[in-house]
Design a protein. Structure first.
Length: 550
């Protein structure tokens, strides 16, 4: 028998049994919509050990690159009599973000409830047109979704009260098509059949069905995400986002006069989601090919349209969004930092879900004290844990500013029993992600003609940004070395912005106007980016861009 461990749960599996069946025996429910027919592609698992003990890929797995560790669990079977196989499904969990984003300008709290879908007697109607969506006296729900490259989060809102009913999150299953945006674009362009979209729609559907409301009472869906994630969902070609000048098809069509906005719209029926078939499903407008609807939504969340002070917002993710300015002038950029700070490309990395190490302290005697989400045994390290770890290694001299471990070792072990370790090559991944983020910020500030200290507030957004320790983030140079009181952690501002757009059509309309005023700073062609990047890869506090304003 082979010992199979799925998501930390073990079972003994004989040769010939599929991973899907064995996972069920171990108590792990693997997502499926096709009942193991090899069609839905939702049962994808990532093999972290024992790939050689499995049968060869079947014809249903040709969409999975043989160089990756992904397999369809309904297709691959145990092919050995002894050994160990470890794998995990795409992860699901309760969001670790607050019910409301914190510390946002007071104006957003007072957003008037004027949703796009309202009740008229026993009818549910489109508030703008009066068109009937459904006949029902039941509740009217809306769904705000933030489609991240790595993590998808959603909120269920009662559109008659504006109250949040539930939230949930899961790991974006499109990871089998690559962990960053460019790989997904490449994958989508090379594989017919909209596999990325269909797999994600399957996962979204499972998550929606599990919400504590009848999915057919969901009449409005507002979706944000970077331009690639958003356009993939709406079945747009993303090929043009991957080619110079990196523009979404919606931008091109807007410039050609074929559309009046970069927003996208479809119906519940066409979206493949189990919401009401006549539901409105809207993708908020984007700023540019690489500055997406998530950045636009952040502007709603921090109320940039009415902000007089100079502020900045940094939404750290696989693609980091940057916005600097106020109601008079806004500059935006997007950094393809990669998934390292979301746990991707890191040996023992994982998203910020239950089981992830989120706090790391290094005692004088060299022992680690670890804080684990959920309080159970650690399964891996999430982004905030990685920042803590880097900061502690730096503080205690076990790692230098170049990211090299002292004493010639190539790893540090956090939990020997569970083999949770951190490699020197992981440091390189994080150094490059950090370097890209801070270089992007320096370019934007430099182009704006200001220094870091000139901002009144530096908003740190995103599920990851919410849980960072300011001191650790400043020590390694992930964020500018500003006074603590200027740094405000606001949680998932993109989802907050999507929620505001969901409960208020007037704010949604305001955003349409605002996105047209934003200047896009193209990092990929900026003369100063590379120098800032090289400097930014070092682990030391980040100062202002030099050569501006004295
Ligand atoms: S269960 Fe549908 S492809 Fe495996």
């Amino acid at each position: 028998m082979v010992t199979l461990t799925v998501n930390g749960h073990s079972t003994l599996a004989p040769a010939g049994v599929s991973l899907f069946t064995a996972a069920g025996q171990a108590g792990v429910r693997v997502p499926t919509s096709c009942v193991t027919q090899g069609k839905c592609k939702e049962c994808v698992v990532e093999i972290t050990r024992g790939m050689e003990l499995l049968t060869a890929p079947t014809a249903c797995e040709t969409h999975l690159d043989a160089r990756t560790q992904f397999r369809l669990s309904c297709q691959c079977r145990i092919a050995a009599d002894t050994g160990e196989v470890e794998c995990h499904t795409m992860r699901r969990g309760q969001m670790r973000i607050e019910r409301r984003a914190l510390h946002l300008p007071a104006t957003h709290q007072t957003t008037t409830l004027d949703p796009a879908v309202v009740r008229e007697g026993d009818r549910v109607v489109d508030a703008m047109t009066g068109e009937e969506i459904a006949r029902s006296t039941g509740p009217i729900h809306g769904l705000a979704i933030d489609l991240g490259t790595t993590t998808v989060v959603m909120r269920l809102i009662d559109l008659e009260t504006g109250e949040q009913v539930a939230d949930t999150s899961f790991e974006n299953p499109q990871r089998f098509g690559g962990s960053d945006i460019m790989s997904r674009i490449h994958y989508d362009s090379g594989h017919p059949g909209r596999l990325l979209m269909r797999t994600l729609a399957g996962y979204l559907s499972h998550a929606i069905v599990d919400l504590p409301a009848d999915p057919l009472t969901i009449y409005d869906v507002v979706l944000v995400g970077n331009s690639t994630m958003r356009d993939l969902f709406f079945r747009q070609s993303v090929y043009t986002i991957g080619q110079n000048p990196y523009r979404s098809i919606t931008e091109i069509e807007l410039a050609e006069g074929k559309r009046t906005t970069t927003s996208l719209r479809t119906t519940g029926r066409r979206s493949l989601l189990p919401v009401h078939p006549n539901a409105r499903v809207c993708g908020l407008p984007i700023i540019s090919g690489h500055v997406g609807a998530d950045a636009a939504a952040c502007m709603l969340a921090i109320d940039l349209a009415h902000e007089d002070r100079l502020v900045a917002i940094m939404d750290i993710g696989t693609n980091t969004e940057l916005l600097v300015g106020n109601r008079h002038r806004i500059l935006a950029a997007s950094c393809p930092a990669g998934p390292a700070f979301e746990g991707g490309a890191i040996a023992c990395g994982m998203p910020g879900l239950e089981g992830a190490i989120e706090d790391v302290a290094l005692d004088d005697d060299g022992r680690f004290r670890l804080g684990v989400i959920g309080g159970g045994p650690p399964e891996g390290i999430c982004g905030s844990g990685l920042v803590d770890l880097l900061s502690e290694l730096l503080r205690t001299g076990r790692m230098n500013a170049l990211g090299r471990f002292e004493d010639g070792v190539d790893r540090v072990t956090l939990d020997a029993g569970r083999d949770i370790h951190f490699l020197e090559r992981d440091v390189n991944e994080l150094a490059q992600a950090k370097g890209a983020n801070i270089a992007g910020l320096q370019v934007v500030f430099s182009d704006y003609g200001i220094q870091f200290d000139d901002v009144a507030v530096f908003y740190l957004a995103g599920g990851f940004g919410r849980h960072l320790k300011k001191s650790a983030s400043k020590r390694i140079g992930l964020i500018p070395n500003l006074a603590d009181e200027k740094i405000v952690q606001v949680g998932n501002a993109a989802l907050e912005g999507a929620t505001i757009a969901l409960v208020s059509q007037s704010r949604r309309q305001e955003l349409e106007t605002l996105v047209r005023t934003v200047e896009h700073c193209r990092l990929e062609t900026h003369a100063g980016f590379f120098d800032f990047f090289v400097d930014g890869c070092q682990f030391r506090p980040a100062g202002s861009p030099s050569g501006v304003n004295g």
